[in-house]
Write a protein that binds this ligand. Structure first.
Ligand SMILES: [Zn+2]
Ligand SMILES: [Zn+2]
Length: 144
């Protein structure tokens, strides 16, 4: 646990951020969450320790983390932004029933067939979203 805490402090410092208990708590939560947390998830978790921290402070803090590349901001459909501590290039399987988001990786960059008007377009980043039904939801529907 102690090792992880220093890791968070180190990450904040490397990003040029002033280390505050609030930033530490939010980043630590995302580290421990192993998933894709919404602002609300973060708020619910840190609020008991920092009762004066508002939802908008949490929002601004994670937005700031995303700008600095500490986390990745992901939006699926019209759902709320989710914040992913996994900043390695990766993609998501999205369950259309429960909204679960599962990371997956592709070894090779796909060959994009760009339309003529996009000739010379330099791709910096891309994200593949594969929609389907997760194992848990499939199990539920077969048991009914
Ligand atoms: Zn599901
Ligand atoms: Zn992810």
């Amino acid at each position: 646990m102690y090792g992880q805490t220093t890791n968070v402090v180190k990450l904040l410092k490397e990003s040029g951020l002033r280390v505050t208990p609030q930033r530490e708590a939010i980043l630590q939560f995302l580290m421990d969450y192993h998933g894709h947390a919404t602002v609300d998830d973060i708020y619910q978790s840190v609020h008991p320790t920092f009762p004066s921290m508002s939802v908008s402070t949490v929002y601004n803090t994670v937005k700031n983390f995303a700008q600095l590349g500490l986390v990745k901001e992901i939006t699926v459909g019209d759902g709320p932004s989710r914040f992913d501590i996994n900043v390695k290039p990766h993609h998501h399987l999205v369950c259309i029933q429960c909204g679960a988001l599962i990371d997956f990786y592709m070894e090779e960059q796909p060959k994009f067939q760009l339309p003529p008007e996009a000739t010379g377009f330099e791709i910096e980043d891309y994200h593949v979203e594969v929609k389907g039904i997760c194992p848990a939801c499939r199990e539920k529907s077969t048991n009914q």
